[in-house]
Unconditional design. Structure first.
Length: 207
């Protein structure tokens, strides 16, 4: 495992993956608020890549409420993990002219099916999410479907501040935002931190 301190190094490695001549799937994992989505988007802008967030496999709010898991939204068992694994297999083989992936829309707090188109000739697919390296089934099938997986980390105080601000921006009161960030989100962050050693590279972002 190698630490990557600069964005230019990350771009160079992503470009090398995109230039292999065969479809490559790059995973980017990290705790909530660590900057996974920002990094994935920046890499996609710099190289020929399509971003597929794991968040598209959030269970619908109605189903979370039925299961009694709505207050833990974002925990591993609040996703359709098996569906995510199935999509990764399709992305690896690239058999269809276009593979469609779901997208999570924060403005409505719901996933939308078929929102992301991944054409067969896309050389690099960047998959970003929290649980790409978790060793419990069915998440444990994910690493073998990735060509590389990078772990993103950020100063803990900065990460929490960003996470709280994000929750507030999506309708929570400051008190609710802090409680969620320091409660359910923090439990998830601890689980994710335990997967760091399984990553191929560690990318340390700055604020």
């Amino acid at each position: 495992m190698e630490a990557v301190s600069g964005f230019d190094q990350a771009v160079a490695r992503a470009r090398a993956l995109a230039d292999t001549g065969t479809r490559q799937v790059l995973g980017i994992v990290g705790a909530p608020g660590a900057g996974k989505s920002t990094l994935a988007s920046a890499l996609a802008d710099a190289v020929d890549a399509v971003v597929v967030p794991m968040d598209g496999f959030h269970l619908a709010q109605r189903e979370l409420e039925r299961l009694g898991r709505a207050d833990r939204k974002g925990a591993p068992d609040t996703f359709d993990a098996s569906g995510f694994v199935a999509l990764l297999r399709r992305l690896q083989t690239a058999d269809a002219p276009v593979t469609y992936a779901p997208e999570f829309r924060r403005e409505i707090e719901e996933p939308i099916a078929g929102a992301i188109a991944v054409p067969r000739d896309a050389p690099l697919v960047i998959v970003e999410g929290n649980y790409l390296l978790v060793d419990e089934p069915p998440w444990d099938q994910v690493p073998r479907l990735l060509d590389e997986c990078w772990f993103v980390e950020l100063d803990e105080h900065v990460r929490l501040d960003r996470l709280i601000a994000r929750h507030e921006a999506h309708g929570r009161t400051p008190e609710q935002a802090r409680a969620f960030a320091e409660g359910s989100d923090q439990a998830n962050a601890a689980l994710i931190a335990g997967t760091r050693e399984r990553a191929d590279w560690v990318i340390r972002l700055t604020d």
